[in-house]
Structures are given as C-alpha cells and as structure tokens.
Design a protein around this ligand. Structure first.
Ligand code: ATP
Ligand code: MG
Length: 229
C-alpha cells in the first residue's frame, strides 16, 4: 500500500521532468550545443531507467498485495504474435533476429493476457540484452506437452553458469559478468515474471549452456474444453 502510493507520487514529477528534457532535446526551447545535447541525452536515458525501476517496484508491491488476475481464454499463437510484434523494433535496432516457431499454438491458456505479455516481453527483452552484437538470434517457441503448453524464449547469448541459474529468479540478482556498462537493469524482471507465472498456477524454468545460449520456458495448463461465449 505504502509502496504503491509512493510510486504513484514519484511518477508525476518524473513525467514532468521527462517532458522537459525531451523538449529541450528537440530544440523547442532554443538551440542547444553538442555538450548540452550529450548531457540531456544522459538525463533522458537515466530518467527512462528510473521510471522502469519505479514500475518494477509497483509491480512487486501489487503482487505482494495480491493482485487479481483478469483471466480469459487466450490463443497461444495470438499472444506470442502480439509480444513479438511489440519487441520487433528493439530487436531490429540491435540487429537481432527474432523469430517464432509454433506447435500447439492453436491451443488456449486461461491467463491474464496483459500479465502474460509482460512475462514473455521480459524474457525477450533479457535475451536481446544478452545475445552477441553480431549474429544474435532469438526464437520464441510454443510447444504442446501433454496437458500443458510450453512457451520458450531461446537465445544464442553468452549463457548462465549452473551456479547462477538458480539465483537469477531472485530479486535484485544480476550475474556480475553480464552487467557491462549500459546494460544496467535492476534485477527485478525475472523475479516479477516468476511471481506472475506462479500466480497463474504455472511454472518457469531456465536451462543454459555457457557459450551456447539460454532458454527460459513458461509452462501453463492448456484449456481442454473451450466453448466460446
Ligand atoms: N537470456 C539471458 N542470457 C543470459 N543471462 C541472462 C538472461 N536473462 C537473464 N540473465 C541474467 O539474469 C539476471 C537477472 O535478470 P532480470 O531480468 O531479473 O534482471 P535484469 O534484466 O538485469 O534487470 P531488469 O529486468 O530489472 O531490468 C540478468 O542480470 C542476467 O545476468
Ligand atoms: Mg530483465
């Protein structure tokens, strides 16, 4: 409750600050020189980071307060297509090949669509951060496994050591060697994803090979008998 209120209060001045910085950058308040542009661009990047952190704090506190899921029957294929569409601009910008492979994607899962989009987007976002600058590849796969659907995000990035893989789902954990300059996050993305998946009664797993890439898999009960209303 307290965190939710505080986060909300922080957002208003932050939005104003963000607008001022982007106005200055766009030159509407007068011409700026190169040095000023550099500083403003840093301010712009950091304010973006700050608002992502605040959103993560909000999510954590909402989950702790017991958010209600807005469940509906969702076609796995359309869910994946929506997320991939959302992340394609970022993947293109980083020259990462983002593709899908769908088996059993004609199945339905009973989930909060927005929350599931958030989970899969988190996984793709991470993969984009940790694939190589050249030749980065990410595949989002849907598979039918018994009465479950597995949605997996597979990358050919630098991989995670066996010792670290258990820990990446904990809050504020970032594997040290991955945290190069500019790649700073908060280490909350996977913790939030795990909590959201478990709130749905599903589970999330990671498998990785050093140098051979990482796969994050989300398992959800598939909806057997779906009668459209
Ligand atoms: N696809 C991946 N390949 C290699 N390492 C990964 C991958 N995904 C996550 N990790 C490791 O797990 C850590 C935790 O991930 P998490 O998403 O929780 O945090 P983050 O991405 O660093 O920050 P945030 O998501 O809060 O912005 C990362 O810092 C990274 O070290
Ligand atoms: Mg992340």
């Amino acid at each position: 409750e307290f965190v939710v209120n505080v986060s909300h209060e922080l957002r208003t001045p932050l939005t104003i600050f963000k607008n001022i910085v982007s106005n200055l950058l766009s030159g509407v308040a007068g011409r700026i020189n190169e040095k000023q542009r550099e500083s403003l661009e840093i301010a712009n990047k950091e304010v973006g980071r700050l608002s992502r952190i605040i959103n993560d704090f909000l999510d954590i506190s909402r989950i702790e307060a017991g958010i209600l899921l807005n469940r509906e029957n969702v076609l796995v294929q359309s869910l994946i297509n929506d997320v991939v569409e959302l992340l394609t601009p970022l993947a293109d910008q980083k020259k990462v090949a983002l593709s899908t492979s769908m088996y059993g994607a004609d199945l339905f899962i009973n989930v909060d669509r927005d929350r599931m989009i958030q989970v899969i987007a988190n996984l793709i976002n991470n993969a984009i951060k940790f694939v190589p600058d050249v030749g980065g590849r990410i595949t989002v796969r849907a598979k039918e496994l018994g009465d479950e659907v597995c949605i997996a995000v597979e990358d050919n990035g630098l991989g995670i050591e066996p010792d670290d893989i258990e820990k990446v789902f904990n809050r504020f954990v970032q594997v040290e060697k991955h945290v190069g300059p500019g790649s700073h996050g908060t280490g909350l993305g996977l913790a939030i994803s795990k909590e959201l998946v478990e709130l749905h009664g599903g589970r999330i797993e990671a498998t990785s090979e050093i140098g051979g890439g990482t796969t994050f898999s989300v398992f959800m009960q598939s909806v057997r008998e779906f009668s459209a209303v």
